[in-house]
Write a protein that binds this ligand. Sequence first.
Ligand code: SF4
Length: 186
Amino acid sequence: MNLDCQSHLLKNYFDLLNRVDAHIQQVEKNYPGKIACKKGCDSCCRPINLFPVEAVALSAAFGKLDKFSKELVMAGLEKKAKDCPLLINRQCLLYGARPIICRTHGYPLYFKKKIKSMVDFCPKNFKGVTSFPREALLDLEQLNILLTAINKQFLVSIETTKPIADRIPVSKALGLLDEIKGDWFL
Ligand code: SF4
């Protein structure tokens, strides 16, 4: 799978990332001084599982890292560290390419639990805020529906000689493009 093909196949996913980022930026603009998320805070970082489309995007970004950074990550993987393997010195090594869940953590997320409507956000953020207007909320169910559809479209765009896992942990996603060479076709 070459880079041009990746860009074409991942376009819908990157469009969704841009939409999520635009939403987050708007929330940050509307709540000045209320967001504690910053470089070095890794409270949200934990091992996560990705859809194949996300795993391929992360693998492509990992492939562009310098040798030293890759070795740092691989050393962590070998030690079977319990944190996300991209978390080095409390910072995400692929912050610009981080998956959607990592972008949304800490911000007001709307979801339903049984029939109850819930809003969740990091308690370090939005101190003193007691309610949010609808436009400040990211609807988790809608986001999952979109991501599922994008992943489905991605999967029908490729052919593979091997079954693809529904979810791929970050530790396996990083080397995915190398691993699938010769098994996935366009
Ligand atoms: S990918 Fe980056 S932001 Fe997401 S959990 Fe791993 S280190 Fe944290």
